[in-house]
Design a binder for this molecule. Structure first.
Ligand code: FES
Ligand SMILES: [Fe+2]
Length: 443
């Protein structure tokens, strides 16, 4: 219990409460030079979806920096400081050229790497062309998403290749949702796995299967790349474990949840590991962030089913509906944005089901310390590497917890969760992404 709230021990004690007003600066502020800002800058981060790039530049806010993203007429991507080095006009009004971008005000012409190609009207030798470069960052485009590295040039890592990107016949569908609040409260929603039963089932628009009316048994553990949260429930007389994953520092994979025990009609159908979502939460600044990533579809999913999944899963992820409707049927966006511009952790009262969130904060602090000590934090990739093992999956086992008394049911689900967690860490699932069927212990 936070001692600042210790006076509030009686009913009607609103006046006596002394809530903290200071956010957790270490984990929430991301300006250049801040602990978490420097940590996040050691990784390739998503900037925008490729579909956002047209024939005009795009203003981008990223990690408290004001930038401009564009594709020049020769097809190369550039991510430049937004304000022109001459007199500060925004390069979002710049003209895209065969090579680079030209400022609209007096024509300074920049290449995608920040080199100054031309300063019109000033004789060569009298201009700045060779004396400095405009600010620029390296950019990569990958499966419809543009990524950038904003850290120290000498620390640039390899672009990470994850195992799920090699799953056969997988369609990656890029998505982006923005929220006007700090990045951490949005990211922590993934580890807050009990909220699927409340916000997404009993209170809001039901977005998962009928088994989500049960409160799950929740367990969590570290993995070589981050952590997993294992939630176990009984579905149609089978045990079901949903394994959500955090890949440090700000990336998450969630297996398909709504049809894990069946399609919309509720019939049983194992959900391939290749389905679900992979989403980064990337700060624009300290009080705004974006979720950017992919839906993963597999060939047997019809266009109609994909459209239904996109609509159903997107619901409530951004300011998508009128306020009154959102109050009657709130979604994730309403939960995390209403926590405040930057949620004050010192005023929280975390309980047992929040253990994965507490673990995540510990892991973030470890990553921050590693950077401060001059080391590579967990997850940074150097040199040629095999596809990085990830752990999100759906797991099933024979068993009918629903027929048990409460205590026995909890134990059955807990024990299954223990087995599911071990199998997850041992990668005892189909690593090709095709199937998640596993045999019951002793089968
Ligand atoms: S302000 Fe951009 S060229 Fe002058
Ligand atoms: Fe949610």
């Amino acid at each position: 219990m936070n001692d600042k709230l210790i006076d509030a021990t009686q009913p009607y004690s609103g006046y006596l409460r002394k809530p903290a007003t200071q956010e957790n600066v270490e984990l929430t502020h991301v300006d250049k030079g801040t602990p978490c800002g420097e940590y996040l800058r050691r990784f390739w981060q998503p900037v925008a979806m490729s579909s956002e790039l047209t024939d005009i530049p795009v203003a981008v806010d990223l990690l408290c920096e004001k930038l401009v993203l564009f594709r020049d007429k020769s097809g190369r991507l550039g991510l430049l400081d937004r304000h022109c080095s001459h007199r500060g006009t925004s390069l979002e009004f710049g003209l895209i050229r065969e090579q680079g971008l030209q400022c609209c005000y007096h024509g300074w012409h920049y290449d995608v790497d920040g080199r100054i190609l031309d300063i019109p009207g000033v004789p060569e030798g009298e201009d700045y062309r060779k004396t400095f470069c405009h600010g620029a960052y390296p950019v990569r485009e990958f499966h419809g998403i543009v990524f950038a590295y904003l850290g120290p040039p000498e620390k640039i890592p390899e672009f990470p290749v994850y195992d799920f990107l090699a799953f056969p016949e997988q369609d990656l569908h890029p998505v982006r949702w923005d929220s006007p609040c700090n990045w951490l409260q949005v990211r922590e929603n993934t580890q807050d796995s009990i909220h699927t039963s409340f916000l997404h089932t009993m209170f809001g628009v039901p977005q998962f299967g009928p088994w989500y009316y049960q409160l799950p048994v929740i367990q969590w553990t570290e993995t070589p790349v981050g952590q997993v949260t294992v939630t176990t429930r009984d579905t149609h007389g089978r045990l079901y474990a949903r394994v959500n994953e955090i890949i440090l520092p700000n990336f998450a994979r969630v297996p398909e949840g709504h049809s894990a025990g069946g399609d919309k009609s509720g019939s049983y159908m194992p959900s391939p590991r290749g389905r679900g979502m992979s989403l980064w939460v990337i700060p624009k600044d300290n009080v705004n962030c974006s979720m950017i990533g992919w839906f993963h579809f597999t060939p047997e999913q019809s266009p109609e089913l994909r459209a239904w999944i996109l609509k159903n899963t997107s619901l409530g992820q951004y300011e998508d509906r009128p306020l009154e409707e959102r109050k009657r049927y709130p979604g994730d966006y309403d939960a995390w944005v209403s926590q405040g511009k930057i949620s004050i952790q010192a005023n929280e009262h975390l309980c047992k089901s929040d253990g994965a969130i507490a673990l995540y904060r510990v892991q973030l602090r470890k990553g921050i310390r590693a950077v401060q000590e001059g080391k590579d934090p967990k997850g940074v990739v150097r040199g040629a590497h095999k596809p990085i093992q990830t752990y999100a999956n759906n797991m099933f086992e024979a068993g009918n917890a629903g027929k048990q008394e409460d205590d026995a049911k909890q134990k059955m689900l807990f024990d299954f969760g223990q087995r599911a967690m071990k199998r997850t860490l041992d990668c005892e699932f189909d690593v090709s992404g095709n199937s998640t069927e596993t045999k019951a212990a002793g089968d």
